[in-house]
Design a protein around this ligand. Structure first.
Ligand code: SF4
Length: 266
C-alpha cells in the first residue's frame, strides 16, 4: 500500500475549517486522525501531495500487491484455471508497477518476481471462487458520513461464508489474536455483512507472499461492532474539528508532510 491518502476514498471536499457536507471514513483515515489531526488534514482534507518520497520497501510492497491483484483477477475471470496460470499477467503488472514507482532494476526486482511466482504456485489460500479483487465497499455510517474500504481480495468459502484477504508484504507474522482484533479487518467485516446480508460467517486472512503463508480467523460480532463504533466515534470528532491541531510525537519521523508542518519535531 503506497499511501493511505491515495487509496482511501475519503472525499475530503473543502478545506480545513470549512464544514464538509459529506466525508468518507476508513480505519486508515480515522487512525491517521487519532495519531495527528494535522496529518489527517494534510492527507484527507487538503489532499496535499506528500513532501517526502515513499520508502523503497513500501514501494516494493505496492508493486507485489499489483502483481497479486493481476493474478487474482485472472483467476476471477477463469475460475477453472489454477492460480499459477495468472503468472504471466502478474509479472507484466509487476514490471509496470515497478517502473511506475521508480524502483531500481536490481536484485530486489528479481526477488520480487520469484516471490510472486512462488506465491501463485503454492496457492496457500487454496482459492476456488474469487468474489472480488481490490473491491470497494461502502456503507452509511451516519447522516453525511460514510465508511468505505478497499478489500485486497474477497473469496467465497461456502454458500454463506466469505473470506476477506489482506496481502501483507512483511516479514513479521501476526498472531491469530492480533488478526481477530484487527480494526481494519473487522470494519471490512461489517461492510461485507452490509453488502451480503445472507452471510453467516466472515473469515479474515492475512496473506504473506513472503512465505508464502497465511493466518486466518473467523470474525466475531463483538469484534466487528467494536471496530464500527471506533470509526463512528472518531468520525464524530472529525466532524466538529476546525483546527486540526498538530500532535507531534515519534510518528513525526515518518510523516510525509514533516517538511511543511510548523510543529514537526527536530
Ligand atoms: S510532522 Fe508531526 S505534528 Fe506535523 S503533521 Fe506530521 S505527524 Fe503531525
Amino acid at each position: 500500500m503506497m499511501t493511505t491518502a491515495n487509496l482511501d476514498p475519503s472525499d475530503g471536499a473543502g478545506t480545513a475549517g470549512v464544514p464538509v457536507a459529506s466525508r468518507w471514513h476508513s480505519v486508515s483515515s480515522t487512525r491517521e486522525y487519532d495519531r495527528c489531526p494535522r496529518r489527517y488534514r494534510y492527507g484527507y482534507v487538503d489532499r496535499l501531495p506528500q513532501d517526502r518520497h515513499v520508502p523503497i520497501p513500501w514501494r516494493i510492497g505496492s508493486a507485489v500487491h499489483a502483481a497479486l491483484e493481476a493474478a487474482y483477477r485472472s483467476k476471477q475471470d477463469h475460475a477453472r484455471q489454477p492460480l499459477v496460470d495468472g503468472l504471466p499477467a502478474a509479472l507484466v503488472a509487476l514490471r509496470r508497477a515497478w517502473d511506475g514507482l521508480e524502483l531500481p532494476h536490481d536484485d530486489r526486482y528479481r526477488r520480487a518476481g520469484q516471490q510472486v511466482a512462488r506465491t501463485l504456485r503454492q496457492d496457500v489460500l487454496e482459492v476456488d471462487e474469487v468474489v472480488g479483487v481490490e473491491l470497494p465497499l461502502r456503507d452509511d455510517l451516519a447522516p453525511g458520513h460514510r465508511v468505505a474500504g478497499f478489500l485486497d481480495l474477497l473469496l467465497r468459502r461456502g454458500p454463506s461464508t466469505l473470506e476477506i484477504v489482506d496481502h501483507k508484504v512483511t516479514g513479521r507474522r501476526a498472531t491469530t489474536t492480533e488478526v481477530a482484533g484487527d480494526l481494519q479487518l473487522n470494519l471490512y467485516g461489517t461492510l461485507v455483512l452490509a453488502r451480503w446480508p445472507e452471510t453467516t460467517e466472515v473469515r479474515a486472512t492475512l496473506h504473506y507472499p513472503t512465505g508464502p503463508d497465511r493466518v486466518t480467523v473467523t470474525l466475531t460480532v463483538q469484534g466487528m461492532t467494536t471496530a464500527r463504533r471506533r470509526v463512528e466515534h472518531t468520525a464524530a470528532v472529525i466532524a466538529t474539528d476546525i483546527d486540526f491541531t498538530p500532535r507531534p510525537g515519534p510518528h513525526c519521523d515518518h510523516c510525509p508532510w514533516q517538511p511543511r508542518c510548523p510543529a514537526a519535531r527536530g
